[in-house]
Design a protein around this ligand. Structure first.
Ligand SMILES: [Cu+2]
Length: 394
């Protein structure tokens, strides 16, 4: 009997939650699945009971030829008390059970790991206590730049969430948790992931290789935005990668780029994390201009002013370097003709190293990279060829 009940419960959960039927939540999900099943069974019980009584009465008390209608009883005190008190108690259980789960999902112990989460049209960014952010990305559905957010298992985590623009909602189906991300206010998302099964029995626990060549166990959970927030709402996805606490600790204390990381690589990481939602690097159309062959070219702006080829040739690379810097920190200052002033300012959200990285990356994507010979400047090209020949001759 208990075996069949467990089987039915499992089927119901699978029916409603599909692929996310299994969860690794320690604090929230198991409780919420149990509450869900309780509500489900109360509903099933009363549906069958009430429909059963109704059908029974329809058949047994059907009005027949020559029947005189009986006057209905005005009331029945014990029956009325029963049908008021029993459902009230059942509803009170739902309320307190749900409230308990709600508190657990919003209050964290003081030693919880706190991570800042920002929702923005249309991506999620996290900033860890050590100041670092996501540095790995992979493809989920049609989105090639889905960030991977490392999270410790067995540790209470409190995401301090806020939105840069409109309402979003942070939703982790595996965790059975969904909470609004609101502009001008912080909302807390608290969870504790269960320990990872290292025995190999759980196929969802995988083995990865860290940058330092170290093996680690992890399990991925998909994050969605559950509040329709515009155009690319459905692509606002991310991955929570639950790893063991010790590995997390090492990870969160390792900066994604150090002094030896080439600026172009830094720039590419920044692009993936913060700019790819609006800028392509392959010439494709998006909200903002593509970065392919952008660097070094003249520009017209919506206010009628422009950055001419002469100015660029005169000042050399600094002209465009300054333009990129200004575009990132003060995007409204010069709005490129043909585009809306839709870029948010990244002032305070991007470091000097990252800024230089973006400049190097945009430069590498252009055929007007000032380090390559400039067409039309024959004497310069000849000089470069001479230098090269001299070096080769040594
Ligand atoms: Cu959203």
């Amino acid at each position: 009997m208990t075996a069949t009940l467990a089987g039915i419960n499992d089927m119901v959960i699978r029916l409603f939650f599909g692929q996310s039927a299994d969860s690794t939540m320690a604090s929230g999900a198991t409780g919420s699945d149990a509450l869900f099943l309780y509500i489900w069974w109360v509903s099933v019980f009363f549906f069958v009971l009430l429909m059963g009584i109704m059908v029974y009465c329809m058949v047994v008390y059907r009005r027949k030829e020559g029947d005189v209608p009986i006057r209905s009883a005005s009331h029945n005190t014990p029956l009325e008390i029963a049908w008021s008190v029993i459902p009230s108690l059942l509803l009170a259980v739902m309320f307190f059970w749900g409230f308990d789960g709600y508190l657990k999902a919003s209050m964290a112990p003081s030693y919880a790991e706190e991570v800042n989460l920002t929702g923005q049209k249309w991506s999620w960014t996290m900033e860890y206590s050590t100041g670092i952010g996501a540095s790995e990305f992979h493809t989920v559905g049609g989105n090639d730049n889905t960030p991977i957010f490392y999270m410790p298992a067995e540790t209470p985590v409190r995401l301090k969430m806020h939105s840069e623009d409109v309402l979003h909602a942070f939703w982790v189906p595996d965790f059975r948790m969904k909470l609004d991300v609101v502009p001008n206010r912080y909302t807390p998302f608290v969870f504790t992931a269960l320990p990872l099964d290292r025995s190999g029995a759980d196929p969802r626990v995988e083995i990865g290789l860290s940058k330092g060549g170290q093996e680690f166990y992890y399990r991925d959970h998909t994050v969605f935005c559950a509040e329709y927030c515009g155009d690319s709402h459905s692509e606002m996805v991310a991955t929570l990668r639950v790893v063991e606490p010790a590995f997390y600790k090492a990870w969160v204390n390792t900066p994604p780029y150090d002094v030896v990381t080439p600026p172009v690589e830094v720039g590419e990481l920044v692009w993936k994390a913060k700019c790819a939602v609006c800028h392509t690097v392959d010439g494709g159309i998006s909200t903002g201009p593509t970065w392919l062959n952008a660097y070094g070219y003249p520009r017209d702006f919506t206010d009628g002013s422009s950055m001419t080829q002469e100015e660029i040739d005169d000042k050399g690379p600094t002209k465009w370097d300054d333009y990129i810097r200004e575009s990132i920190l003060l995007p409204g200052a010069k709005v490129r003709a043909g585009f809306a002033n839709a870029m948010p300012s990244f002032d305070g959200q991007i470091s000097e190293v990252e800024l230089r990285g973006v400049i190097a990356y945009m430069r590498s994507l252009s055929d007007r990279d000032p380090k390559s010979p400039i067409e039309g400047f024959d004497d310069l090209e000849a000089e470069a060829a001479e230098l090269e020949a001299a070096e080769g001759g040594e």
